[in-house]
Design a protein around this ligand. Structure first.
Ligand code: HEM
Length: 339
């Protein structure tokens, strides 16, 4: 399979790739230091720099390090903010975590949030429990030409543009982070999706770090098709380890974006409220365009309907369940770097 994101030479830490938009630099994947909590000053990025393997010069990297240290006191209150809001504190918030969060926040706007969140599902959603293939491994950046990632209904270029522009903005953040300490695509996409939810007013989600990227593409055709009925969707999600309740909670991601569930840049429970109204049943007009067939299918299933009603009534419950299901999604099939 050809891909504009293929890295012809994995032995290099940086390779330059031409895209229709710009020439951007792609640091190689999976070449991360072996500890996720190593102290900032003693990490292996220094070793890469001193052995001349990294693109940035010594002085540029040192300048970035100093800048990061100087801005740390401003970043630290974030830890307190997350703690006070009851984020699922899976791990202590590390300097690495704050660095990634900071760089993502520089490139992520509300307008980009939907594309970035969808990118998470297309990376992690390939996971299959049976044979342990797929999952959150960053392979999406090499799979953008597949029909399931290009969109079957809209002109291919439109959907590809959304994914491509999501990857390009994240690449910008990744380049900055890599210059200080290498980060995997899987980690950056997992964190960017969480930030996308937060920037649109959704729950604050803390994800663990330390995912390894996979250098090969995942098996094709593992994402659910939008034409599936509720039983097909349930089976598909079950194969990935998700319950019906988690299917309904994760589908709430469609509350942002272009499918017509309320404000496209506000992460709230409008998705469930609109589903209960079934606007697509009305003939003609824009309301008949609301939602995907897979969204419509959920409301026709009794088990799903029970969760839809709960989330429509109680936004906090939706936020809590979405947060937990999201953490599970971005941990699907992950190969963690050894500590
Ligand atoms: C339940 C099975 C799912 C199916 C069949 C599905 C399919 C799709 C399709 C076809 C679109 C494009 C709609 C369009 O613009 O025409 C879309 C959009 C989107 N999907 Fe899903 N999806 C599913 C679950 C998920 C999950 C679990 C997430 C994330 C947790 C997600 C996140 C999104 C987002 C944020 C968008 C809006 C993108 C935008 O407007 O730019 N989806 N989905």
């Amino acid at each position: 399979m050809t891909s504009i994101f293929s890295l012809p030479n994995h032995s290099l830490l940086c390779s330059t790739v031409s895209t229709p938009f710009s020439e951007i630099s792609f640091p190689a994947k999976s070449q991360r230091p072996s500890s996720s909590t190593v102290k900032f000053r003693s990490h292996k990025a220094d070793e890469f720099v001193s052995s001349g393997q990294i693109g940035a010069s010594d002085s540029t990297t040192r300048r970035r390090e100093l800048l990061f240290i100087a801005t740390l006191p401003c970043l630290l209150p974030l830890t307190q903010i997350m703690d006070s809001q009851g984020a699922n504190a899976v791990e202590p918030v590390t300097e690495e975590y704050l660095l990634i969060k900071e760089e993502i926040s520089k490139v992520l706007s509300k307008g980009k949030a939907a594309g970035v969140l969808r990118l998470v599902f297309h990376d992690a959603g390939t996971f299959e429990m049976d044979d342990s293939t797929g999952g959150m491994n960053g392979s999406i950046v090499n799979e953008l030409e597949r029909p399931e990632n290009a969109g079957l209904k809209k002109p291919i270029k439109v959907i590809r543009f959304i994914f491509l522009s999501s990857v390009i903005i994240l690449q910008k953040a990744k380049t900055q982070i890599d210059a200080i300490r290498p980060v995997s695509w899987a980690d950056i996409i997992a964190m960017a999706g969480a930030e996308a939810v937060a920037v649109c007013g959704g729950p604050k989600i803390q994800v663990s770090l330390g995912r390894l990227d996979l250098l090969e593409p995942d098996p094709e055709g593992k994402l659910p098709e939008e034409s599936l009925n509720a039983s097909g969707l349930k089976k598909c999600f079950q194969r990935k380890g998700f319950s019906t309740q988690e299917l309904v909670a994760l589908s709430g991601a469609h509350t942002i974006g272009s499918k017509g569930f309320g404000n496209p840049i506000s992460f709230d429970n409008a998705y469930y409220k609109v589903l209960l109204e079934k606007p697509w049943m009305s003939s003609g007009g824009m309301s008949s365009m609301v939602g995907l067939p897979s969204d419509h299918a959920l409301v026709e299933d009794d088990e799903c309907l029970r969760w839809i009603k709960k989330y429509a009534d109680n936004e906090n419950m939706f936020f809590e369940d979405f947060k937990n299901a999201y953490v599970k999604l971005v941990n699907s099939g992950v190969k963690w770097k050894s500590l």
